[in-house]
Design a protein around this ligand. Structure first.
Ligand code: NDP
Length: 487
């Protein structure tokens, strides 16, 4: 298990020797102690990435792609160990780490490995006699700050397009969950990535993260995390006017109409909120039910929620593990009181499990509350296994409730009415909409939000473009330009 910073191709201690304990969310034990990067370490990482940039950006795009493809293979070769590490560090049930996190990480690196030599420029039809072509040039050193909810997968979402496009990277994982990104760095070194192309600097947000966001030699900062921290990133980025991409919070509307296939909708709604203990920006955390089916739906949804197997994430039977930190568990549970103070009805959950075997871990029972659209639990991101139920009578009302939030990331709807499905997909203010499914992601499909959920897109050509600058080149082929001045 790597527990040092990865700078210029080597694992090193922090310059001031600082460390942070990494805890197992299942039982609060210390798994390891990792080096904690401070501003000076971030400076060293940025300098290394700057030195690596000229050669990396001039390397044949196909050769960069080949390294990403080799990395994807290496991830698959070490799949089981990576899955165990991710579950130990984050609390993801091992069955999800095996079936989702690891394969999706490999698939995303592979997708961008294949894309490296497919990013084309364009030729613009301009006046006769001139040729104007547009190249997509890499930005330079990019900083990436990722949170603790999907730390392994986010290495590929963030680094895949950045590296394929020819940038070099300094990535700061959350100090709560740094282990899988350090392992990815080790695999990158093994498969032949040149020194300095990728640097990993776990550390606190207000020190290491802040320095990366403000660093004058960083050309772009890509951030995933809370909306509040996103604002701080924008402020910190102003010094050199670096480009900013923000993937922030959400309050996903998941609407169930009265013609929906209820079996599919109940299952889909449970997946939408309880997968990864609800710690997902795209979680379907507002369940908006047509009043004609609401009681039946809620009875079935509650029964399913109460049947979810909660336990040690390393047990293959476990369907829901602990939250990632004790502080976050407390924050999630505090929303039960907030809901009740505003008159919301607690349908189930709202506590830690009674099981003594889980008493030291950061567990929270699946929690359902019924509230009104403007209550805090219908507006604020709880980011846990906590879903707010709202009821509607008409389509207009459903849309108004769905859009009554400043967030706009994931959304979903369950109906057999094709026209309504497409109408809502266009009318819901969100970056993504799932119809009769929820939380589907693919490396080729743009991922990101509107409003307080941020801007810029991950995945696909959109992400590649976001990691490049358009460079316009004019060539006088055979045009005669009359003089403007003199003779
Ligand atoms: P943050 O947004 O604070 O943290 C995300 C990342 O940003 C971490 O690596 C963090 O480091 C870093 N960071 C924190 N402050 C700064 C700063 N000033 N400059 C640069 N980087 C910084 O999320 P929290 O962990 O505090 O979680 C709070 C809430 O945020 C959650 O309850 C949830 O609602 C939301 N959230 C949303 C996520 C999403 O995917 N949209 C992901 C995570 C959280 P450090 O860990 O040291 O603070």
């Amino acid at each position: 298990m790597q527990n040092q910073l990865f700078i210029n191709g080597r694992f090193v201690d922090a310059m001031d020797g600082a460390t942070i304990d990494v805890r197992n969310p299942h039982d609060d034990s210390v798994v390891t102690r990792i080096a904690a990067a401070d501003a000076a370490d971030v400076d060293a990482a940025v300098a290394a990435a700057g030195r690596a940039f000229p050669a990396w950006s001039r390397m044949a795009a196909a050769a960069r792609g080949r390294l990403l493809l080799r990395l994807a293979d290496a991830i698959e070769d070490h799949a089981e160990a990576l899955a165990q590490l991710e579950s130990l560090d984050t609390g993801h049930p091992i069955r999800d780490s095996r079936a989702l996190d690891v394969p999706r990480t490999a698939a995303c690196f592979r997708y961008f490995g294949g894309m490296a030599d497919k990013l084309e420029g364009s030729v613009v039809p301009v006046e006769p006699g001139f040729l104007n072509y547009v190249q997509r040039a890499p930005i330079g050193v990019v900083g990436q700050i990722v949170p603790w909810n999907f730390p392994l997968m986010f290495t590929s979402w963030k680094m895949g397009p950045a590296l394929a496009a020819g940038n070099t990277v300094v990535i700061k994982p959350s100090e709560l969950t740094p282990l899988s990104s350090l392992r990815i760095a080790e695999l990158m070194a093994e498969v032949g990535f040149p020194d300095g192309v990728v640097n990993v600097v776990p550390g606190y947000g207000h020190t290491a993260g802040q320095r990366l966001a403000e660093h004058p030699q960083v050309g772009k900062i890509a951030f995933t995390g809370s909306t509040g921290t996103g604002r701080k990133i924008v402020e910190a980025s102003q010094g050199n006017l670096k480009r900013v991409q923000l993937e922030l919070g959400g309050k996903g509307a998941n609407i169930v109409f009265d013609d929906a296939d209820l079996d599919a909708a109940v299952n889909g709604a449970a997946w939408a909120i309880f997968h990864n203990q609800g710690q997902a920006c795209i979680a379907g955390s507002r369940l908006i039910l047509h009043e004609r089916i609401a009681d039946e739906f809620l009875a079935r949804f509650r029964a399913l929620a109460e049947s979810i197997r909660i336990g040690n994430p390393l047990d293959p039977q476990t369907e829901m593990g602990p939250l990632t930190s004790a502080q976050h568990r407390d924050r999630v549970l505090s929303y039960v009181g907030i809901a009740q103070e505003q008159g919301a009805r607690l349908v189930c959950g709202g506590t830690a499990p009674a099981d003594d075997a889980l008493a030291r871990g950061y567990y929270v029972m699946p929690t359902i509350v019924e509230a009104r659209p403007h209550d805090r639990v219908a507006q604020e991101e709880v980011f846990g296994p906590f879903v707010t139920v709202l009821r509607f009578r008409t389509d207009d009302e459903a849309l108004a409730i769905a859009n009554a939030t400043d967030y706009g990331l994931g959304s979903g709807l369950w109906t057999k009415d094709l026209s309504r499905a497409h109408r809502f997909a266009s009318a819901i203010r969100a970056g993504m909409c799932w119809i009769n499914c929820y939380k589907r992601v693919s490396p080729g499909s743009p991922f990101g939000g509107v409003g307080q959920s941020g801007y810029g897109r991950e995945m696909g050509f959109e992400a590649m473009h976001d990691y490049t600058e358009a460079r316009s080149v004019w060539v006088n082929v055979d045009a005669v330009i009359p003089p403007h001045f003199g003779r």
